[in-house]
Design a protein around this ligand. Sequence first.
Ligand SMILES: *[C@@H]1O[C@H](CO)[C@@H](O)[C@H](O)[C@H]1NC(C)=O
Ligand SMILES: *[C@@H]1O[C@H](CO)[C@@H](O)[C@H](O)[C@H]1NC(C)=O
Ligand SMILES: *[C@@H]1O[C@H](CO)[C@@H](O)[C@H](O)[C@H]1NC(C)=O
Length: 459
Amino acid sequence: MNHGSCIAWLSIAFLVRVSATEGIVETLGQRVYPHVGDDDMCIDDSTSADGGILAQARFNYPWGIAYDEQTWNVYVADCGCADTSKENDKIRRINLKEKTVSTVSGSSQGFEDGNGEVAKFAHTAGMALDSVNKKMYIADSGNDVIRAMDLKNYEVSTYAGKGREKGFLDGIVNSARFDNPQQLELHKSTKRLYIADTDNHAIRVINMTGAVHVVRTITGGPTQIGYLDGSLTEAKWQHPTGMAYDLKNDILYVSDHYNHVIRKINFQKGYVTTIAGTGKAGSLDSSISGGVFLNYPEGLAYDGRYNVLYVAEFGNNCIRMVNLTNMSLRVLAGNKLGTRDAIGRDAQFYHPTCLTLDRANMLLYVTDQYNHRVRTVTTLGNTKQADSKNMVFKHLGHVDAYRDYYVHHGTTLLTSLYLLVALLFVFLLLCCARHRYGIRAFAMKLAGYQRLNKHQRFV
Ligand SMILES: *[C@@H]1O[C@H](CO)[C@@H](O)[C@H](O)[C@H]1NC(C)=O
Ligand SMILES: *[C@@H]1O[C@H](CO)[C@@H](O)[C@H](O)[C@H]1NC(C)=O
Ligand SMILES: *[C@@H]1O[C@H](CO)[C@@H](O)[C@H](O)[C@H]1NC(C)=O
């Protein structure tokens, strides 16, 4: 790369501006090991490894994610592949302060309570943090149970359901049964733990006040598979997964995964309504009769400050944002399959699955499952500009870089103008240097030429 293009690059880098509704996507440390094998094949050479430094750690299939803002720890449910030797069902901890990754619980696939490696899980999925009691609840989907992990000593116990016994039964936690529960949402002040009981096509809840904790079905059930809005008892679901709770309005938002819609449960009205999606899968830009398609929406996070819902859209490889004031959808980041860190639609994901909101830093932590890594995406309210120097150098030498930083962000008139002025300035400087003139002398010479030309023209 010669000096001229280097200077041009830096001027571009200097001018990177991020609009309020674009997320800056970055990878949290780890090296990139792209997925090997087909899209639906859970077999590849990716294994997981802890790292003293985050940059060396690897993940297998990160699924659930939860952030503990008191300790700066991001917990990741690192999932294994069912029925393969790549069993890797562990709870990993990313310490953002120390930039380390460690395994706090789990080893090979199985069902075992206990500490550290003794504990065994099967397909660790969604997690919910109880920051008051320092506990993490884990949807142990393959074992059809909800586990509890003590964050003081990482002791794992079985909280609800009976290991390796599927079913659909309400009652006291240890007599209740689930079928492939995949996501959890805990509401601290009401002490309600919502469970997306995925293969029962139901939303369940546990009342965690008092000594006896009871599981109750809110809506849906194994005989109610389908897609229907209506009262809690009428509504039909198909494979519900992600959830987010809005306490102020007493509303639970749910990703109805196989129906490709996001729905809300209004507890006051006892009613289920679809708020986004048409019921059919579609690509990012397709729409029919005013409706916009979703494609396997999964993780959800609610931000009451802006009244928005963030959605990890597994099928369309993006993070979307639902404006709950007028129910409009827009892409925060991502567009197509790939690994690229970038801004807004230039960023790429490979099946983003779950996300959690860090309200203090205005960031989403996203499990980018088939890329085997954890990404961060800036949210509304984040005033960070793209770390242009870092991002440009990361992309230097890639054809995409120019597109990322100029075509997409440089098309606004203002930016183009800045760029033009900057390039003109650089050009002038180079000319001055080349002709060994001072700026003043150079300007005078330029003016002299012009006068001469004018004079010549009039003669
Ligand atoms: C939760 O359980 C407590 C104690 O058993 C009870 O007082 C309360 O009414 C229950 N709440 C709900 C919403 O069922
Ligand atoms: C959501 O839509 C409302 C109504 O159009 C608008 O006032 C508000 O600014 C939007 N919020 C975001 C975050 O775009
Ligand atoms: C909703 O609000 C956003 C932001 O103000 C706006 O861009 C969008 O056009 C609105 N959509 C609808 C359907 O009103």
